[in-house]
Design a binder for this molecule. Structure first.
Ligand SMILES: *Cc1c(COP(=O)(O)O)cnc(C)c1O
Length: 222
């Protein structure tokens, strides 16, 4: 299938998942370009996917510069090492993996604008996963208040690869409940309206459970 058809198929599946649960709000489809070169990433933008994501700073920088003539909203979705923060933080539009106060401190120190972030939450409790536990989340968000350049726009999670559908629904709905709890606090630094969840294997379930951003790589490129 050519790229344009794949994009259309994914967009249709997102619409179907929304219709199934009577959602009328927007779901943003982020194209994850970590598997492909700059040329392929350009093609993706040209067929209408304007939100792109990378999980490594070097590959992000390469594509960011190569595609600077296009209107792209850039998402950084992977773990960010503190020493790399200064290289990328003012170039990206959204950071999806805030999971420590030390990282928040470094981001705040280097920020030359408001930095829109998702706090990564480990809802499955899987030991290998990054992220704040659901139990620690409110305290963590509270502590981010002192970093004046950081705005928490939402929560992000990664589901374990081996999760079954009922487990996925449980993880995604747990993240949604966390989001609702934070949102109800009405914090200026953490409006927390968004949910970044769902990848190629599970985005339809994520959309049914309330995802507002889905991150899709392999279904586009493999
Ligand atoms: C690679 C990656 C994705 C996309 O995963 P696919 O299964 O290829 O769709 C989404 N989120 C994160 C954090 C990733 O690293």
């Amino acid at each position: 299938m050519v790229l344009e058809e794949r994009v259309r198929a994914i967009t249709q599946k997102i619409s179907k998942a929304k219709a199934l649960v009577h959602r009328e709000d927007a779901v943003r489809f982020i194209g994850v370009t970590k598997y492909v070169d700059t040329k392929k990433a350009r093609e993706l933008v040209e067929v209408g996917v304007k939100d792109l994501a990378e999980n490594r700073t070097d590959l992000f920088l390469e594509k960011y510069h190569a595609l600077s003539d296009l209107e792209v909203t850039w998402h950084l979705i992977g773990t960010l090492q503190r020493r790399k923060v200064k290289d990328v933080i003012n170039l990206i539009d959204y950071f999806h993996a805030l999971d420590s106060l030390k990282l928040a401190e470094e981001i705040n120190k280097r920020a030359e604008k408001e930095i829109l972030t998702f706090v990564q939450v480990n809802v499955s409790g899987e030991a290998s996963k990054h992220g704040i536990s659901a139990e620690e989340l409110l305290d963590f968000i509270e502590q981010l208040k002192k970093f004046e350049s950081i705005k928490v726009v939402g929560l992000m999670t990664l589901a374990p690869i081996e999760a079954t559908e009922p487990q996925l629904r449980n993880y995604f709905s747990k993240l949604r409940k966390c989001r609702d709890t934070v949102q109800r606090l009405g914090l200026v630094h953490a409006p927390c309206t968004e949910l970044s969840m769902g990848m190629s294997r599970d985005y339809q379930i994520a959309v049914e459970e309330g995802a507002t951003y889905v991150r899709i790589g392999s279904e586009l490129f493999r």
